[in-house]
Design a binder for this molecule. Structure first.
Ligand SMILES: [Fe+2]
Length: 244
């Protein structure tokens, strides 16, 4: 990718009033996941099998998350974009094909680490670190294009109710495992008001057992301050968070 920073930062959205941003929350989660992966790849101890295995597991989880995310974008968002403006998703769809290959290359690289000799492993770990960094860099620029160029098309052709309907179809297609994976990264990545809005919506609409599972995940993933703020906003006890 050779897009300049000036080009990436150019405002392409055409909305004059705040519009529903279908990408915003999940992309915050993806960005946090990628920064965590970079940190883990940089901090791995090549001579500690447990540390190396933890990194391998993290790369596998990141690969699953990225693959699931781009497949949902292809199925629901690109279909909508092509319906309202043929060709609108072409550039990003091509990048998704590249990302699928990159994701498999990362998996392949990570899976080979435990089989390296002690002498080979430091260089192999450093090479994986570089690969993770470049993959993340591509994805960060890619997501920015989606949030500007794709949103500009969606906002020009659809009202918020129409975009929310697409979002609803996408969410309804997620498996419980995909939903948990998304929330695992979205919950700590969102701003407090966004997090409260998401959980308040679930409290109102989701079955109580499902909401309690999400609350337990939030308690696990948030620091004490963020959790306290969320619990107070939801009107639930800060101490347990399990009594809605
Ligand atoms: Fe994408």
């Amino acid at each position: 990718m050779h897009t300049s920073l000036q080009e990436l930062l150019a405002v392409r959205g055409t909305a004059t009033a705040p519009r529903f941003d279908i990408y915003a929350s999940i992309h915050k989660g993806v960005r946090l996941m990628l920064t965590d992966l970079i940190t883990s790849a940089g901090g791995v101890d090549p001579q500690d099998p447990a540390s190396v295995q933890q990194l391998v597991d993290k790369v596998e989880a990141a690969a699953d998350f990225c693959l699931s995310h781009l497949e949902h974008e292809n199925t629901f968002l690109h279909t909508a974009l092509e319906r309202v403006q043929p060709g609108a998703s072409q550039r990003i769809a091509t990048e998704h094909v590249d990302h699928e290959q990159d994701i498999e290359a990362l998996r392949h690289h990570a899976r080979a680490l435990p089989g390296c000799t002690a002498e080979e492993r430091p260089a192999a770990c450093h090479a994986l670190y570089h690969a993770v960094c470049l993959f993340s860099a591509h994805n960060l620029a890619h997501m920015h294009l989606e949030e500007t160029e794709h949103n500009a098309v969606l906002w020009a052709h659809l009202d918020d109710a129409g975009i929310m309907a697409i979002h609803g179809q996408l969410l309804a297609s997620l498996t419980p495992a995909e939903m948990t994976m998304s929330l695992r990264w979205m919950l700590p990545a969102l701003a407090p008001a966004e997090r409260l809005g998401l959980l308040a919506g679930m409290k109102a609409k989701a079955p109580a057992p499902v909401f309690h599972v999400v609350l337990a995940l939030a308690r696990e993933r948030l620091n004490d301050e963020a959790w306290g703020q969320l619990a107070r906003g939801l009107g639930i006890p800060v101490a347990t968070g399990l009594t809605a």
